[in-house]
Design a protein around this ligand. Structure first.
Ligand SMILES: Cc1cc2nc3c(=O)[nH]c(=O)nc-3n(C[C@H](O)[C@H](O)[C@H](O)COP(=O)(O)O)c2cc1C
Length: 355
């Protein structure tokens, strides 16, 4: 029976256990560049024993950033520092992944600690956001510009160029950010996509943008490297995107060569009532796995070693992604190994502290 410390091989990439650092925006970049904060933030979690460390939402274009301080991968100059980070992660026996993202109508916002509000298009550090339809996220916000065909093609080629840079930067996993109400999610959901062309209306039309991005990325992403997609498996809204839609989507993505569905939820409908409790999104990962036979990732209020272990042991998901618990404890995997009585290799430098 698999458990939290069972290795996992996806395509040609080996993961030493099932614990993943979930993407977390650091809002600490200037002009999209990674810096020493990212090196230490991501690197210390590799030291702490995670199998896979996924960067924060990494913008494929400047206008695809949530805030002016987002990490980016839209120009070749971004590659060098990212390469330093992936090299360090690999030296710790971990795998480096990048979450490629476009914020859509949620672009041009202040960092959370600066209030998190939309920065108006006319402000010096603001820009015009884009989306499938000119529907604002909340009444308090400016509406995005509806994307025409040329804009759709531009984003697809931005994802492709970003993937080529991700390879050069040494990433071995790409995760496409299709969750939390950002651009891809906005196309998927009937709540935010009111288009009448081939990218809107029916389920097949609403998933077209994501499917075409997957096809475009796969033209350049090595066949032996894993491709993940993060989705909001439910938007917790009557008439909105549902877990049944997620299962249908996963079946299509499986045929397109996607390896793992990372099942988050929410973020596209302001004020949706989400039943937040420990492991609240695990049933989504379980359902997608059961209905499609795909690998899935579970995320959301997973904080305890035994809880994380049971998710894998019970076959509810293949990987567990932790975000906030990793901020409290970068060494969560080392602690979990001790709690679950698995003898894992510690960094030599830290062996004197081994439990
Ligand atoms: C500081 C912070 C930044 C986040 N940034 C991202 C992000 O860039 N991309 C993403 O998909 N999710 C992001 N999330 C969501 C997490 O990846 C995760 O799905 C969520 O926090 C639930 O997991 P947790 O209960 O373990 O924190 C962020 C969460 C936090 C706390």
């Amino acid at each position: 029976m698999d458990h939290l410390f069972s290795p996992l091989k996806i395509k040609n990439i080996e993961f030493k256990n099932r614990i993943v650092v979930s993407p977390m925006c650091e809002y600490s970049s200037t002009d999209g560049f990674a810096n020493n904060w990212h090196l230490v933030h991501l690197g210390s979690r590799a030291v702490g024993g995670a199998a896979l460390i996924i960067t924060e939402a990494t913008a494929v274009s400047p206008e695809g950033r949530i805030s002016p301080a987002d990490l980016g991968i839209w120009k070749d100059e971004h590659i060098d520092k990212l390469k330093e980070i992936t090299t360090f992660i690999e030296e710790q026996g971990a795998v480096a992944g990048v979450q490629l993202a476009h914020a859509g109508r949620k672009a041009s916002h202040a960092e959370p600690w600066n209030g998190g509000k939309q920065i108006p298009t006319t402000a010096e550090n603001g820009w015009q956001s884009v989306a499938p339809s000119p529907v604002a996220f909340t009444d308090a916000e400016e509406a995005p510009l509806e994307m025409d065909k040329a804009a759709i093609e531009k984003v697809k080629s931005d994802f492709k160029a970003a993937t080529i840079r991700a390879i050069a930067a040494g990433f071995k996993v790409v995760e496409l950010h299709g969750a939390h109400g950002y651009l891809i999610n906005e196309f998927l959901s009937p709540m935010s996509n009111h288009r009448t062309d081939e990218y809107g209306g029916s389920f097949e039309n609403r998933i077209r943008f994501l499917v075409e991005i997957v096809e475009t990325v796969n033209e350049v992403w090595p066949k032996d490297y894993p491709l993940f997609v993060r989705i909001s498996a439910s938007e917790w809204t009557e008439g909105g995107w549902s877990i049944d839609d997620s299962v249908k989507l996963a079946k299509v993505l499986k045929d397109k060569g996607v390896d793992l569905i990372d099942c988050s939820s929410g973020g596209n409908v302001a004020g949706a009532r989400i039943e937040v409790k420990p492991g609240y999104q695990v049933p989504f990962a379980q359902e997608v796995k059961k209905q499609t036979g795909m690998l899935t990732g579970a995320v959301g209020l997973i904080t305890e070693p035994s809880q994380a272990n049971e998710i894998v042991q019970n076959g509810q998901a293949d990987m567990v992604l932790l975000a906030r618990e990793f901020l409290r404890d970068p060494n969560f995997p080392l602690r979990a190994a001790h709690a679950l009585e698995h003898d894992v290799k510690w960094p030599e430098q830290y062996e004197r502290a081994k439990w």
